[in-house]
Design a protein around this ligand. Structure first.
Ligand code: SF4
Length: 318
């Protein structure tokens, strides 16, 4: 098997499908495993029980998919320069700020479908190629895998950054049993910068590479169920779904690339929604307007909770 030719072919197919980068990782995630264990022991995962409920499957790919020896990691850019900058919305309390990745179509199905198409093309080329595809959908250490596969390094805010495209991208993985040549691990380029740590509105980045999810606005507005602790209400401002602050200040995002597809362009004016209008939505309207959007996943109760905090902040209530 000429693996160099195969890798070139995979790159070509991936580009045609809208991916921006491909890398190959082995399955030794021992370094990431130690980091994850430490993070969980500190309780930084909050209510995200799924972070440890699958045991060692997350850090041992061969336990999740038998016979896995390589992982194809792929980058899919989701931002657009034409979209109103997030920082502009943060300055307008009558508007609601939605994380950039969630303004358009739900990425889960779309990326998964593209990964499957790519994997099927490889399967036709190589006898015995077995695979399973993932995108934020199973116990997969996608950031550590991406770093090992050369897609980018894990920044101090714990997101993956690429020198040519910043950090506004989704990741996808193809687990496989074929001994593809391994890519060079991405090198670290944060240097002495601490912009993300300093900018975090709730001081959730408690140390480089250590995000206490229980303080993170992204976690609080999306993953956390029930009341959000009062101590974070003011800092939440008008952020009603996720938070892009740590990525927004990262110097590497000057280089972010436009997505190759239009699917992630804002729907329902989600790049600058009017807070009062969103508050007027009943559950039926919420379900209708968020059809095909990742926002729908949080459910109406969490949506209302987030909007009410933003509204109280607009009114200057304590
Ligand atoms: S803001 Fe600075 S420290 Fe944070 S991820 Fe970007 S380069 Fe690294």
């Amino acid at each position: 098997m000429n693996y160099t030719a195969l890798i070139n072919q995979i790159n070509k197919w991936a580009t045609e499908l809208g991916f921006s980068q491909v890398g190959i990782s082995d399955i030794d995630l021992s370094e990431a495993e130690a980091h994850l264990k430490n993070w969980i022991e500190k309780g930084f995962h909050g209510q995200m029980e799924f972070m440890h409920k699958h045991g060692s499957m997350r850090t041992h790919p061969e336990q999740l998919v038998e016979d896995t020896i390589r992982i194809i990691s792929l980058r899919f850019d989701y931002s657009y320069k034409s979209v109103i900058p997030y920082q502009e919305i943060l300055k307008q309390p009558n508007k609601a700020a939605i994380s950039r990745y969630a303004m358009g179509r739900d990425y889960h199905k779309l990326i998964r479908k593209k990964l499957k198409t790519l994997a099927e093309k490889i399967k036709q080329e190589i006898k015995g190629f077995n695979y399973r595809v993932f995108t934020d959908s199973a116990p997969v250490m996608e950031k550590a895998i991406a770093e090992k596969a050369g897609i980018g390094w894990i920044g101090k805010h714990s997101n993956v950054i690429n020198t040519k495209s910043g950090s506004y991208f989704f990741l996808g993985e193809i687990y496989t049993n074929i001994p593809l040549p391994i890519s060079k691990k991405a090198s670290f380029h944060c240097g002495t910068c601490t912009k993300c740590i300093d900018a975090c509105p709730t001081k959730a980045i408690v140390a480089p590479f250590q995000v206490d999810a229980r303080r993170c606005i992204s976690y609080l507005t999306i993953e956390h169920k029930g009341e959000i602790p009062k101590e974070f209400h003011k800092a939440i401002g008008n952020r009603i779904y996720g938070c892009d602050d740590c990525q927004m200040v990262c110097p590497w995002n000057k280089f972010s690339c436009d997505s190759k597809v239009t699917d992630f362009l804002p729907r329902n004016q989600f790049d600058e929604p009017d807070l009062k209008e969103l508050l007027s939505w009943d559950e039926k309207t919420f379900l209708k307007r968020t059809e095909g959007s990742p926002i729908r996943r949080i459910g109406y109760d969490s949506w209302r909770r987030n909007l009410e905090i933003a509204y109280l902040n607009k009114r200057g209530c304590k």
